[in-house]
Design a protein around this ligand. Structure first.
Ligand code: NIG
Ligand code: FE
Length: 420
């Protein structure tokens, strides 16, 4: 048992859990001032105000068996949920980043065989053990930055064996770290060089061999497709979503990053759990999303890093939509898994209010990776995955101080995580 006392503000508290927060409600962030929280068996057992704790004599002030932690006037947040990453990859791509500075676009780099295919080449040469080691370092890094749940995709293998290798690494990360991890199979991330000019044949390979192999080993929770100009078409996407659904794999797809690709509508038609990126979103796309169960998930780190258009988050929220945010942690378009910085981009570049940004990286992000029942808020029965901030005036300070590390202590499954 762990009792955290003297919390200046306990952020994102729920008495009854909400599956997601939409439209105007996104500007509301429920908090308790001067609070305590009790974790038991890795779960949040209870929380309330210090005044109640002092008066109702629950025995929580005695020392028997209860580890006590004094938050000393600091804030407590539920851990961030990061519902879209590619953090299992080999090496890095800072050389392309220099090409980008010199003026090449993401698509131009990709057409030259760089980009995703560059990472695929490196990944294929990297033994599974080494891939695990590199990825574990990134997982430890994001844990320190306050993330408690993360979705990780395959998609740099692009052969049956190498996709399986990536997914096995994700499974091993699930087994060996205290984070909540979900995996997505992204065989249709890019057309591998050996299939140039034979896109349909590659999609056939994804459908006929990769999906059954992945499902056979139960290696994926979701299925993803990069549905965009120059990558995969709406037709490819629908075929893959259809094939995935036969194995119970719900879609979480990359859509409308480079153009009005039709990917958002395709995702909604197939009841995808989320459609992600959405830099190109107009009235029709918003209309399609309204009333659907598909979470629009924005990745402002990618638009920031590539110097591209940002998605119209303000318009989406003002139209009544929910919005989630994720880091997209990957070597090509967003080499960072810092969700606090993503909140800053949400506020500064997407014109979201701090409350909206917090909702986008907690409750709505948990929904977007299918872990809403166990993560994403401070609610009784959810996992005790939390972080304690440094001394700050209020939650608004988190996105405001965009370059400061304000996370002081990390608690996962009710236990403090110590970093070397
Ligand atoms: O989400 N857009 C497609 N995939 C990744 C980029 C992956 C890469 O460049 O390695 C993204 O931005
Ligand atoms: Fe991505």
């Amino acid at each position: 048992m762990l009792l955290i006392k003297n919390i200046k503000k306990l952020v994102q508290t729920e008495d009854t859990t909400r599956t997601r927060v939409s439209g105007k409600d996104m500007a509301v962030l429920p908090c308790i001032d001067d609070a305590w929280l009790l974790a038991e068996n890795g779960l949040i057992a209870d929380f309330g105000t210090m005044r109640e704790l002092k008066t109702d004599n629950r025995g929580l002030n005695s020392n028997d068996g209860i580890e006590q932690m004094d938050a000393g006037g600091r804030l407590v947040f539920p851990s961030f949920c990061d519902p879209h990453t590619h953090l299992v990859y080999a090496g890095s791509r800072e050389i392309e980043y220099i090409d980008k500075i010199r003026g090449l676009s993401y698509e131009e780099i990709s057409k030259r065989g760089g980009g995703i295919l560059n990472s695929a080449k490196l990944l294929r040469q990297t033994p599974e053990e080494e891939l695990y080691r590199q990825s574990l370092e990134r997982v430890n890094e994001i844990m320190m930055l306050g993330t408690g749940s993360v979705e990780i995709k395959s998609g740099y293998g692009l052969t049956v064996e190498d996709e399986l290798k990536m997914l096995r690494v994700i499974r091993r990360l699930k087994e060996t770290t205290p984070l909540v991890i979900r995996s997505s199979f992204l065989g249709a991330h890019s057309l591998p060089a050996e299939f140039r000019g034979r896109r349909k044949e590659y999609v056939d390979l994804v459908i006929n061999q990769m999906i059954p192999a992945v499902a056979g080993e139960n290696l994926a929770d979701f299925i993803d497709v990069f549905c965009d100009r120059g990558f995969f078409t709406v037709e490819d996407t629908e075929r893959i979503l259809e094939a995935g659904s036969k194995y119970g794999l719900r879609g979480k797809i990359h859509a409308n990053e480079l153009d009005f690709s039709g990917g958002i509508q395709a995702g909604v038609r197939y009841n995808a759990l989320s459609v992600d990126h959405l830099e190109f979103t107009g009235e029709e796309e918003i209309e399609a999303l309204l009333g659907s169960g598909t979470m629009p998930t924005l990745l402002p780190g990618a638009a920031f890093f590539l110097g591209m258009e940002y998605p119209p988050a303000r318009k989406m929220i003002d139209s009544g939509l929910p919005v989630a945010m994720a880091s997209d942690y990957n070597p090509g378009s967003s080499p960072s898994g810092n969700m606090k910085f993503i909140m800053s981009l949400g506020c500064i570049k997407l014109r979201m209010l701090p409350e909206e940004a917090v909702n986008a990286v907690t409750v709505n992000a948990a929904y977007a990776m299918g872990v809403g029942e166990i993560a994403g808020s401070v609610a009784r029965g959810k996992k005790a995955n939390l972080f304690i901030t440094k001394e700050i005036p209020g939650y608004e300070f988190m996105p405001y101080a965009f370059g400061s590390n304000l996370i002081d202590r990390v608690i996962l499954e009710g236990k403090e995580v110590h970093f070397p």
